[in-house]
Design a protein around this ligand. Structure first.
Ligand code: G4P
Length: 294
């Protein structure tokens, strides 16, 4: 699958992170809990050296809790890394984050100590702004989100001993792995004009059909699952009135509807990748021979 989208901001982001590195005690990388590997940016692991890092698995309310548990174990085994599943919209839940920051850097951020300097990074749409706003208790306008503006790091004083530096420049996902790119597209992290909606939908239907068939049956009130992803999407389209003249199914509209409902959590809590799949390199999207391979 080709995704026609690769902004070239990476070099700038790298330079800015390297420049700020001596002024940072800890990194927070915000990931999408439904696809923590594909929503990560490998640049951080290359640059952070021995600085500790919290991987926030955000949007846990949309992800499969068992799979999220597997990801927490996976990240916690990494040197200097702690994983924290969060729902950034939930204030009580987000309160765990400053506590974990202080535990990882005990000599800063406490009474009579120097501030704990944290840099928060993440690709677009993983929930950075939501998390920052919830942490700060107010809406913060993020300079880094405005394209074509020279960005300088924005510092936010959380008034609890923690100084938060917002991402210098935008970190974009790396789209070299077509399976990862497809999962990012399905999650809504990539603009809809940059990929083939039907192709991404079919691949995602194939994956969900393999891992969460009961959720598909329930959501679309199907007595049984048709044999191929195309037939499933056609059935969804038929049931939801995505038709063109003559009564045929408009597959593109059905694909759009399916992705919209998936992103909104209407099908239930679904994770799009698991640690085992990523580690073995096994493609996580199973397709039949006549279906598009992604
Ligand atoms: P970004 O800064 O990383 O680009 O992401 P941002 O905070 O803008 O969040 C992207 C979308 O994800 C927003 O939805 C936001 O509400 C949603 N979101 C963030 N954290 C969570 C979470 O933990 N759970 C769920 N379910 N959603 C989350 P949106 O529809 O694009 O905007 P809005 O209509 O909510 O304002």
């Amino acid at each position: 699958m080709i995704i026609d989208w690769y902004p070239g901001h990476m070099k700038k982001a790298r330079a800015q992170i390297v420049e700020m590195l001596p002024l940072i005690d800890l990194f927070i990388e915000v990931l999408d809990a439904r696809l923590p590997a594909s929503s990560a940016n490998p640049l951080l692991e290359k640059l952070r050296g021995d600085k500790p890092c919290i991987k926030v698995l955000n949007k846990t309310d949309l992800a499969d809790p068992t799979v999220t548990g597997g990801w927490v174990d996976y990240f916690d085994k990494q040197q200097g890394v702690r994983a924290l599943p969060l729902d950034a919209t939930d204030r009580r839940n987000v309160g765990l984050l400053p506590k974990l920051c202080r535990r990882l850097v005990p000599n800063r951020g406490g009474k009579g100590q120097k501030p704990l300097r944290v840099m928060i990074i993440g690709i677009p749409n993983v929930g950075k702004s939501t998390l920052i706003n919830t942490l700060a208790g107010k809406k913060i306008t993020r300079v880094g989100d405005k394209p074509a503006i020279t960005t300088c790091p924005q510092q936010i004083d959380l008034r609890n001993g923690i100084l938060l530096s917002d991402t210098p420049g935008l970190l974009w996902p790396v789209l070299e792995d077509p399976n990862g790119a497809c999962r990012l597209a399905a999650s809504g992290a990539i603009g809809d004009n940059a990929f083939d909606t039907t192709e991404v939908s079919l691949a995602t239907v194939a994956y969900i059909c393999g891992k969460y068939p009961a959720l598909l049956l329930k959501r679309y009130k199907l007595p049984e699952l048709p044999e191929t992803p195309t037939a499933i999407l056609q059935e969804i389209g038929r049931r939801r009135g995505c038709l063109i003249s003559g009564g045929e199914v408009d597959l593109h509209r059905a694909a759009e509807l399916f992705l919209r409902e998936l992103r909104g959590g209407k099908l239930g809590r679904i994770s799009l990748e698991r640690p085992g799949e990523i580690l073995t390199g096994r493609p996580s999207v199973e397709t039949t021979p006549d279906e598009p391979a992604v």
